[in-house]
Write a protein that binds this ligand. Structure first.
Ligand SMILES: *[C@@H]1O[C@H](CO)[C@@H](O)[C@H](O)[C@H]1NC(C)=O
Ligand SMILES: *[C@@H]1O[C@H](CO)[C@@H](O)[C@H](O)[C@H]1NC(C)=O
Length: 491
């Protein structure tokens, strides 16, 4: 079947992202990509408050249908009205994960209803790697199951293999091999989040993740938010490990309709976009370090102090999206005592540093010519946003698959250096200063990283290029995915 045929055929796809903004946004972007090339109806299902968020984030002209799945946070031991990971400390996110199992029955009803109304089941259900129970719904209603991982190929493979195999338990050594990777690859115990380090198969993380990962590995195919050119090794290894088709359709970045102030609809920005942009406009090209640990993470109080000292000693300009330290309500008020005396005022008076409380306009900051490096937790969305703008990375992984992303960015891509790992490490201001110097240096390693980051950005542009003469690899993968989804109906 040609693309022209696929574009005229009707069909329905149901998508279900994990209850986290970092997953919902790429799912929406994927839905939009599918819709741009088909006549498919797309329904995105989630809990009521997440649907409310989606509604506020989508433009009014959006054709994406939204379906609420009834959910009662209190019944699952969660605080009232908490349906999204962003409002929970990491320790409680596992409860949100477990509570997602209660959505299986409502999803089943939704898909049955669509089947009744349309006289046939949807073409497929695309579910988040973390919600693979949706595959049970797909199976019982005779529709196809696809998994969308919002992570990269390398990081996702390391994550699923670590949780499925718990390789750290099979050795006393700090370094070990992880199934799915070449024999000579070594991962280090400190790259494992403390929950994984402690996992033995019976803890609450294992009890959720291990079966979900097993179900996802039995999906008909995977969709991955990466591109052939930027992750050749990761994709090769992931395909071999899974043994099913993996479509690399990325980078799937927030669609234009979601950019800017609406990107985080429902949340108050810590600072107006214009203020950040005017501040950056006054700076030299590639002279500013941007620092953010994402919407889900923060660092410890002593690390925060060291980071501030290092930044001040470096003499470089910076924008720091700052939140209360680990152990305190991350969304609460910021207290001056967490920073060196007079730090914020000094930075403001000298125009050396801009502190943005809570969250900032990340995409706009990263795409500004003055931004020269990104000190990041290396969540995959942040990695893509940085590299698509040719900005090299200082890695400080804190959770999930972030440490594996950093390993790949350092060893495979050469676009990053790692400052430290986890919220438990001890760092000094001197370490911070040194690493900033390396990355911001216009000679040597800094120059090399900048060139490589620009190259990755060019690869990303090529992968997503679409015009009369040529189609990039991710565009072709998207075409193939759509064809594949449609042709499965005939089976
Ligand atoms: C996904 O669908 C395929 C058939 O299309 C089926 O063989 C497989 O068991 C399904 N996976 C799960 C986890 O149900
Ligand atoms: C991107 O594509 C253009 C034209 O097809 C090609 O000349 C260029 O080398 C590609 N860039 C990279 C980084 O591969």
């Amino acid at each position: 079947m040609s693309m022209a045929d696929a574009a005229t055929k009707r069909g329905h796809i149901v998508m279900i992202p994990c209850m986290a903004h970092g997953h919902i946004i790429p799912f929406l972007a994927l839905a939009r990509l599918i819709q741009q090339r088909t006549n498919f109806t797309i329904t995105t299902a989630n809990t009521p408050l997440n649907i409310q968020y989606l509604r506020s984030a989508l433009s009014s002209s959006s054709q994406i249908r939204l379906a609420e799945l009834p959910f009662d946070a209190i019944q699952h031991g969660l605080p009232p009205n908490i349906e999204n990971s962003e409002n929970l400390p990491l320790a409680r996110i596992i409860h949100l994960f477990h509570s997602s199992l209660s959505l299986e029955a409502p999803l089943h009803s939704l898909v049955s209803q669509i089947t009744q109304e349309e006289g046939q089941p949807p073409l497929c259900i695309i579910s988040d790697l973390f919600l693979s129970w949706a595959n049970n719904v797909a199976k019982s209603l005779g529709t196809r199951n696809l998994t969308f991982t919002t992570g990269g190929a390398y990081g996702t493979l390391a994550y699923i293999s670590m949780w499925s195999n718990l390789p750290q338990r099979k050795t006393d050594s700090d370094e070990f091999w992880v199934p799915g990777f070449p024999q000579n690859f070594r991962f280090h115990r400190t790259q494992l989040h403390r929950y994984l380090r402690a996992a033995d198969g019976t803890d609450e993380w294992s009890r959720f993740l291990i079966p979900q990962i097993a179900l996802s590995m039995e999906s008909d195919g995977w969709i991955c938010n990466t591109a052939e050119e930027i992750e050749p090794l990761g994709l090769q290894l992931l395909r071999k490990y899974l043994g099913v088709p993996v479509w690399s359709v990325g980078p799937v970045l927030p669609p234009d309709t979601l950019r800017g102030s609406k990107h985080r609809a429902g949340k108050e920005p810590g600072m107006a976009l214009e203020v950040c942009m005017e501040w950056l406009d006054l700076k030299d090209e590639n002279s500013v370090v941007y620092i953010s640990f994402g919407s889900q993470n923060t660092i410890s109080a002593s690390q925060m102090m060291a980071l501030a000292e290092g930044l001040e000693e470096s003499g470089r300009s910076f924008i720091w999206v700052i939140r209360p330290p680990f152990g305190v309500d991350m969304n609460g008020e910021f207290r001056e005592e967490w920073l060196p005396t007079g730090f914020e005022k000094r930075m403001k008076d000298t125009k050396r540093g801009l502190l943005v409380h809570k969250w900032g306009p990340q995409l706009e900051i990263l795409s500004h010519r003055s931004t020269g490096a990104f000190l990041s937790h290396c969540g995959w969305n942040s990695v893509l946003e940085s590299l698509s703008n040719g900005v090299p990375i200082i890695g400080w992984p804190l959770a999930a698959e972030q440490a594996y992303n950093v390993k790949m960015l350092v060893e495979e891509m050469g676009v990053a250096v790692e400052l430290t790992r986890t919220v438990e490490s001890v760092i000094s201001g001197e370490q911070v200063r040194k690493i900033i110097e390396i990355v911001m240096d216009r000679q040597g390693k800094g120059k090399e990283m900048k060139e490589k980051a620009n190259e990755v950005a060019a690869h990303m542009r090529n992968a997503t290029k679409e015009n009369d003469q040529e189609k990039g690899s991710s565009v072709r993968a998207m075409d193939d995915l759509v064809r594949n989804i449609f042709s499965s109906k005939a089976l």
